[in-house]
Design a protein around this ligand. Structure first.
Ligand code: IPM
Ligand code: MN
Length: 350
């Protein structure tokens, strides 16, 4: 019996989550697993009602689940930063979800803005470190608001944090990828401390994985090559900030936010799965948002829980819907409503 906490969140989050859950329900019958859910109404409304973003008692409760299924966070009526830091980043840090796993996969039939590239060229997974780097909150102001103001924001890279991330990336590449190529994305020519550590540990840990091809590229070059030669990449591992940036680029390369999903993972512990796009409040309540990102997040969650066949079934069904049914990944342009896309994916799972 899997225990899943659901946080539908803001904007179109609840509509997306509904379709993700519909798909899990469908494969649970096909593959015979049991699951139970509990909904947590956290997000913009909850904050405006209670003045709290994530009460300590709810955080403790969330740790009791096998996984958390998140819609999206972001409410135009709440000052930017409050929900992002207080909920999304807080969960990542408090649950120590040190990996942000973000597949960049072009499904057949999906439009990519990259000319002359197809599904055989765009099948990448980014392993983003998720608890350190520039996101650690280290730094501060001096003489704030005066002409002599100083603001610092430091990138924190611990040997332990870097090593566990790289180890995950090597294990993942070795176990789940046929090509077995891992590229470290850094900036060793300028960030000569942080990425010196990353590079040293990359080759040190990498020595335990002779079967994995190792490669290094600077982050700026990776931005160029992701557009020019996406087929060069298999798995990319990088720090928190670079991972944040290159995965938005990746989302566009794979056809848009409508299909980009991610997992915030601590192997063996409560982990959290989400569509990586925002809450898209302008589409909320219209039944036009594309739910495939949430459905792909559901597939990732099932894979994490060990229901690999069910996860693959969802992924194949998403592929079929992209190839033969929907006209576009964009909200309102799919040729189907949000719930119809969910029905299609659920009914095509086998
Ligand atoms: C993401 C988002 C978050 C991040 C924001 C909302 C804090 O952009 O999940 O990529 O920067 O990690
Ligand atoms: Mn981001």
């Amino acid at each position: 019996m899997y225990k899943i906490a659901i946080i539908p969140g803001d904007g179109t989050g609840p509509e997306q989550v509904r379709e993700g859950l519909k798909t899990i329900e469908a494969v649970s019958h096909l593959y015979g697993f049991n699951w139970e859910t509990e909904h947590y109404d956290l997000g913009g409304n909850y904050y405006r009602r209670t003045g709290e973003v994530l009460p300590a008692s709810i955080l403790e409760e969330l740790k009791q689940f096998d996984a958390i299924f998140l819609g999206s966070i972001g409410d135009p009526q709440v000052k930017p930063g409050i929900l992002e830091k207080g909920l999304l980043l807080k969960l990542r840090f408090e649950l120590d979800l040190y990996i942000n796993l973000r597949p960049v996969k072009l499904f057949p039939g999906v439009y990519t803005p990259i000319k002359d590239k197809g599904p055989e060229d765009i099948d990448i997974v980014v392993v983003r470190e998720n608890t350190e780097g520039l996101y650690s909150g280290s730094g501060g102001f001096l003489r704030r608001g005066t002409p002599d103001e100083v603001a610092t924001q430091e990138s924190i890279n611990t040997r332990k944090g870097v090593e566990r991330c790289l180890r995950f990336a090597f294990d993942y590449t070795d176990q789940f990828r046929s090509r077995k190529k891992l590229t470290l994305c850094g900036k060793t020519n300028v960030l000569t401390y942080a990425f010196d550590l990353w590079e040293r540990v990359f080759y040190e840990v990498g020595a335990e994985y002779p079967q994995v091809e190792k490669d290094y590229a600077h982050v700026d070059a990776i931005c160029m090559w992701l557009v020019k030669n996406p087929e060069w990449f298999d798995v990319i591992v990088t720090d928190n900030m670079f991972g944040d940036i290159i995965t938005d680029l990746g989302a566009m390369v794979q056809g848009g936010m409508g299909i980009a999903a991610g997992g915030n993972i601590h192997p063996g512990k409560t982990s959290m799965f989400e569509p990586i796009g925002g809450s898209a409040p302008k589409y909320a309540g219209k039944n036009i948002i594309n739910p495939l990102a949430s459905i792909c997040a559901a597939s990732m969650m099932l894979e994490f829980l060990g229901e690999v066949e069910a996860a693959n079934s969802i992924e194949e069904s998403v592929g079929t819907v992209c190839k033969h049914h929907i006209k576009s990944l964009n909200a309102g342009e799919m040729g189907y409503s949000t719930s119809e896309v969910g029905d299609l994916v659920a009914s095509l799972c086998k």
